[in-house]
Design a protein around this ligand. Sequence first.
Ligand code: SF4
Ligand code: SF4
Length: 197
Amino acid sequence: MTVGVKVITKPKRTLAEQVYVPEIAKGLGQTMKRFFKNTLGPDEEKEIATVRYPEEKREYPARFRGIHRLTQRSDGSPRCVACLCCSTACPAQCIHIEPAEYEPEDPRYGYERFPARFVIDELRCIYCGYCVEACPCDAIRMDTGMHMPPSTERHHFMYEKETLLELPGRDGTYLTANPRHEPGDATHPGVDRLKGH
Ligand code: SF4
Ligand code: SF4
């Protein structure tokens, strides 16, 4: 097999290019043209990539992971059952949960727990989404569509349960479309106090 050789000749510079000054003037002319077009020209002709955040925001992709929220049940209580799956799966170890038992008169007593405290350190979080994947109850989501608001105070990045429950999803709701079957409901699978489970 023969290998062909392609000779590339180096382009020669003209005298104007060689002295640089006309080329610099041409470059500056182009810069000034863009400057006046983008500052004084009509909006539809502007070629500017700058977004005036936060007044203007880019549209995020549908799968963008925003800051977390905790979803609610229809009575406003957290769906979270404090199983610790999310904090176990979290590679950054930035979820802290303190589980607690419901009161004895609550039908959930003895079957489920709830998070007395649920804290996420949003500054330590790497936004991997493992916590969302690990949750068996669809209780934690990253569908708020929000960035972490900037702050110079460290404690502003510690999101407590109350804050996480108050953040809506992109659809504006605090719930999820996934059904929940509460202990005592006819639809509750398998676990029945009357059957001695
Ligand atoms: S997104 Fe990842 S790093 Fe952040 S809390 Fe969830 S599991 Fe942890
Ligand atoms: S958010 Fe989900 S995974 Fe985390 S403790 Fe609550 S129920 Fe378990």
